[in-house]
Design a protein around this ligand. Structure first.
Ligand code: SF4
Length: 362
C-alpha cells in the first residue's frame, strides 16, 4: 500500500501544476478566476413536481447557485422540463449507469450531467452521451466516491484508487476530444480527500467540485465538512462546493456560505466574530450575538464583518478591526464603526443599532 502511494507521489513530481480551466453550467461559470459556487442536491424526488420546485426555490433563496437532481428513471428525466420552466438556477442531472437518461436529460434542458462514462457500457453509449453534450455545450462531471471505487483499483490505497478511478473516466472523455469536464473525488475521510484532489490537480486542469461525502448529521457533519472543505480551499483546490449533510439541504447552503465567508472567499455574506464570554461578561452576550446573526441573515447583509465582544479586554481590538462592532461593558456597549468609536448604547439597543448600521454599510 505504502509503496503504491510513494510511486504515485514520485510520478506526480514530474508534472507541473496548471491553472484550472473554466466551464459553464447554465449561467454559472465554474473554474478559472470565477468565485467558488455553492451547490446542493434535492432530497425530494423530481417526479414530485410541486415539492421539488418548492425545494429549488428554498435553496435559491438561501444562496444556492447550482442544484443537482437524481435522475433514476425516464419519468424523472421528463420532469426536468417542468423545473426548467419554473426556475432560473442551473440544474445538474445525477445519473448512474444508464446513458439513455443522460441523453434524455440533455434533450430536456439540463445544464450539466454527472455521470461516469466508464460505467455506462459500450463505446457506442459513451459516444451518444458525449455527442449530445458537445451539441449543447453541456459539461460532464466525473464524480468518484470512496464507497464505489471500481474493482480494478480496490487493491490500491484508497486515496490513490480515487485518483486512478477519476482519471480512468476522464481519459475516456478525453479520447473523444471532450474536455468540458468537472471532477470530484469524494471520500468520507478528510486526508484521503485532500490527497486525491492535490494529485488530480497536478495531473489535469479541470475545475474541481469538492466536498466531504456522507459527512454525517448536525454539528458532527458541519465540523467534518468545514475542516475538509476548508483545508482544500486553503490549498486553492476547489471551484464549486457541496456540503453533504443528512437532512434539509437548505442547511448545507448556510454552512457552505459560512465556510466561504470565514475564508474571505465570498463577499456576498457577512462574517460574525463573537467572544466565548467569561467571568468578565456583564451583558447577555449570547442573546445579542444570536439576534445579530439571525437578523443579518434575514436582511441578507453582504460584505460586512461584525464583532460582538463581551468586555474591554479584547473587545475594542476586535470591534475596531471589524467594519462594525461592539465592546460591551456593564449593561451597555460601545459601538465601533470602521475602526472608530461611534457611541455607547444600553444593552437592549445593541443588536438593533448594529443591524441599522450594517444596512447602511451593506
Ligand atoms: Fe471574556 Fe472579554 Fe474575552 Fe469576552 S472579550 S471572553 S468577556 S475577556
Amino acid at each position: 500500500m505504502l509503496l503504491g502511494r510513494i510511486l504515485f507521489d514520485l510520478l506526480s513530481l514530474y508534472l507541473v501544476s496548471m491553472m484550472r480551466r473554466e466551464i459553464k453550467c447554465g449561467n454559472v461559470k465554474i473554474g478559472g478566476s470565477n468565485s467558488i459556487s455553492i451547490q446542493s442536491m434535492l432530497n425530494v424526488p423530481i417526479v414530485k413536481r410541486e415539492p421539488a420546485l418548492k425545494q429549488c426555490l428554498d435553496l435559491k433563496n438561501v444562496g444556492c447557485e447550482i442544484i443537482r437532481v437524481a435522475i433514476p428513471d425516464m419519468e424523472s428525466a421528463d420532469a426536468i422540463s417542468y423545473l426548467k420552466e419554473n426556475i432560473d438556477i442551473p440544474l445538474v442531472a445525477d445519473i448512474h449507469f444508464d446513458y439513455r437518461l443522460a441523453v434524455a436529460s440533455m434533450e430536456r434542458g439540463i445544464d450539466k450531467v454527472r455521470i461516469n462514462p466508464g460505467n455506462i457500457g459500450s463505446q457506442e453509449n459513451i459516444k451518444k452521451v458525449v455527442s449530445a453534450a458537445k451539441e449543447r455545450n453541456i459539461p460532464i462531471r466525473v464524480g468518484v466516491n470512496s464507497g464505489s471505487i471500481e474493482k480494478e483499483f480496490r487493491h490500491l490505497p484508497k486515496e490513490v484508487a480515487l485518483v486512478k478511478s477519476a482519471l480512468k473516466h476522464v481519459e475516456i472523455l478525453e479520447k473523444l476530444n471532450f474536455n468540458d469536464i468537472v471532477v470530484s473525488m469524494k471520500s468520507s475521510d478528510i486526508r484521503d480527500t485532500l490527497y486525491s484532489y492535490e494529485k488530480l490537480n497536478e495531473l489535469r486542469d479541470y475545475p474541481l467540485h469538492i466536498g466531504i461525502t456522507e459527512s454525517g448529521i448536525n454539528e458532527k457533519g458541519i465540523i467534518k465538512s468545514s475542516i475538509g472543505i476548508g483545508a482544500l480551499l486553503l490549498r486553492d483546490l476547489g471551484d464549486t462546493i457541496r456540503v453533504s449533510l443528512t437532512g434539509d439541504p437548505v442547511e448545507e447552503i448556510k454552512v457552505a456560505r459560512d465556510i466561504l465567508s470565514s475564508l474571505g472567499l465570498r463577499k456576498d455574506t457577512f462574517d460574525l466574530v463573537s467572544c466565548p464570554t467569561c467571568g468578565r461578561t456583564k451583558v447577555e452576550l449570547s442573546k445579542i450575538a444570536s439576534e445579530v446573526e439571525s437578523r443579518f441573515r434575514a436582511e441578507k447583509i453582504q460584505g460586512v464583518k461584525v464583532a460582538v465582544m463581551g468586555c474591554v479586554v479584547n473587545g475594542p481590538g476586535e470591534a475596531g478591526d471589524a467594519d462594525l462592532g461592539v465592546a460591551c461593558g456593564d449593561g451597555k456597549g460601545t459601538i465601533f464603526l470602521n475602526g472608530r468609536i461611534l457611541e455607547t448604547v444600553p444593552e437592549n439597543q445593541i443588536s438593533s443599532r448594529l443591524i441599522e448600521l450594517a444596512k447602511e454599510l451593506g
